[in-house]
Design a protein around this ligand. Structure first.
Ligand SMILES: [Zn+2]
Length: 112
């Protein structure tokens, strides 16, 4: 049983690493730092170490898990697969992340 669980963890870690390499998940959802190392299980987004600390300290706290240290259930994997940063941005457009989105919009404006 224990080795089955380890196999599952390894499989999940591999999937998570692939998910983090997707363009939409490559940056922290909250501060856009490259290479997220944590996931926010509350909204299913990928985040960096410093944001994971901030989100844990929120009231109510978000559920945060380390990609490489934590183990994930198949249900949690499905949740992350069906969410991710892209969907999170859609959900939060006009709300929490408006400022950072506007920053991005300015950065991608063509330079004439
Ligand atoms: Zn961050």
């Amino acid at each position: 049983m224990a080795s089955n669980k380890r196999k599952q963890d390894e499989k999940h870690l591999k999937i998570l690493r692939e998910m983090v390499s997707l363009p939409s998940n490559k940056q922290c959802f909250d501060c856009h730092q490259r290479g997220p190392t944590y996931v926010n299980m509350t909204i299913g987004s990928f985040i960096c170490t410093s944001c994971s600390g901030i989100l844990r300290g929120l009231n109510p706290p978000h559920r945060v898990k380390s990609i490489s240290m934590a183990s994930f259930t198949p249900e949690e994997m499905d949740f992350l697969k069906s969410h991710g940063n892209e969907l999170g941005i859609d959900l939060l457009t006009g709300a929490v992340c408006l400022n950072s989105l506007q920053m991005d919009a300015l950065l991608v404006l063509p330079m004439y």
